[in-house]
Design a protein around this ligand. Structure first.
Ligand SMILES: Cc1ncc(COP(=O)(O)O)c(C=O)c1O
Length: 400
């Protein structure tokens, strides 16, 4: 017997990086259920439930709300390729790696990306978006709600009002925020929003939930040219996912759909507000621990993204050495910096099932030990103590 291709046995990991996060066990069980065909009435029922549950987590009544096959970037392409036509000007907030990716996609769609930039670690200013709208013919504004490359949470309220007043549509990347941060698609007047399955929803990577307002759908219906991507053409996808006819487009990833449905059911049972709160609390506990180690954070408190905290790597400490020890000795994955921030920050994720006290404490105690071994002056136990005091304070508040 050839021994090269043995049964897979992945290492046990605590995924506290920028995603994927660990998968909810209920999701994995759902994914092991028998696959049915793409015209099976059972699958249509599953799809209807997914649409309803997605409307619940996106906080929207948008009819067109469904998961696109593919990861978060497929959601980004689906939204941008369907909404942008050759020659269209689009205002794009670029304050990190993923804003830059959106701008790249706008250009690939034949549009002209008008980048509104700011320094890394800062949100996009509403005034700068207004200025860009005033000086262009843009009828689309695209922003990243949670910039995972820096850990910045973009406030959308004021910008959304401005976008509306210019008669433009608002596109929002919620890849890191759906299920992990307050996000109100309808209340904020967001016209197109996309996310992923593998972060705060605690499913494996492979699906990209999207939602499009009626205004966005009108723009898509009025297109003069065909969408460049056949696979991501919303008009075609819609014919399988919506309405009574259900014409075949592509074979849906059935097991992923089961998994997403279960992941969304978990959120529904918990309640979306409580889930946002769970992420906020555990993220604050993490920050309390990191600050007790005298580590500096990249983003100021008011703009911090709860599911992703960016920590500056202290002088004299080697990025790779720390991350390698964390994974090899403690089974913990954290992320490094992207692009300009490579080697300068660590990115610690607090996402989905991982947003729990026991994980935060384990991560802090492991990080303390690794940093001490690398020569960084920390007093062992301080970080966990600070996080524990934070958690105890919450219990105290709840019981008094
Ligand atoms: C904010 C943001 N947008 C888009 C993406 C792309 O998603 P994916 O890697 O699932 O294709 C990511 C991935 O981390 C992200 O964090």
């Amino acid at each position: 017997m050839d021994r090269r291709f043995g049964e897979l046995s992945p290492p046990e990991r605590l995924l506290m990086g920028p995603g994927p996060a660990n998968v909810e066990p209920r999701v994995l069980r759902a994914m092991a259920l028998p696959v049915v065909g793409y015209f099976d009435p059972f699958l249509f029922e599953v799809m209807e439930e997914i649409k309803e549950l997605l409307r619940y987590v996106f906080r929207t009544r948008n009819e067109l709300t469904l998961p696109v096959s593919g990861t978060g970037s497929a959601g980004m392409e689906a939204v941008i390729y369907n909404l942008v036509e050759r020659g269209d000007e689009v205002v794009v907030g670029v304050n990190g790696f993923f804003g830059a990716r959106m701008a790249e996609m706008v250009e690939r769609a034949g549009g002209k990306a008008i980048g509104v930039k700011t320094s890394l670690g800062k949100p996009i200013a509403a005034e700068a978006v207004e200025e860009a709208l005033k000086n262009s013919n843009a009828k689309l504004v695209a922003l990243v709600h949670g910039e995972t490359s820096t850990g910045v949470l973009q406030n959308l309220e004021k910008i959304s009002r401005i976008v509306r007043s210019y008669g433009a549509l608002l596109v929002v990347d919620a890849v890191t925020t759906l299920g992990g941060c307050e996000l109100e698609v309808d209340k904020l007047g967001i016209d197109a929003c996309y996310s992923c399955s593998q972060k705060c929803l605690s499913c494996p990577p492979g699906l990209a939930p999207i939602t499009l307002s009626e205004r966005a759908m009108e723009k898509i219906r009025e297109r003069k040219s065909k969408v460049q991507s056949w696979y991501l053409d919303i008009g075609l996808i819609e014919k399988y996912w919506m309405g009574a006819e259900r014409s075949y487009h592509h074979t849906p990833p059935v097991s992923m759909l089961y998994g997403l449905r279960e992941g969304l059911r978990v959120v529904y049972e918990q309640g979306i507000e409580r889930r946002w709160e769970q992420h906020r609390i555990n993220s604050e506990a993490l920050v309390a621990g990191l600050e007790a180690m005298n580590l500096e954070l990249l983003v100021e408190k008011e703009h911090r993204l709860p599911p992703l905290i960016a920590v500056k790597i202290p002088d004299g400490i080697q990025d790779q050495a720390v991350r390698k020890q964390l994974i090899n000795e403690y089974g913990i994955e954290i992320g490094g910096g992207l692009g300009e921030l490579k080697g300068r920050i660590w990115r610690i994720g607090v996402m989905g099932v991982n947003a729990r006290e026991k994980n935060i404490i384990y991560l802090l105690s492991s990080l303390e030990k690794v940093l001490a071994a690398e020569g960084y002056g920390v007093k062992l136990g301080k970080a966990c103590e600070a996080a524990s005091i934070f958690y105890n304070g919450l219990v105290h508040r709840q019981t008094t």
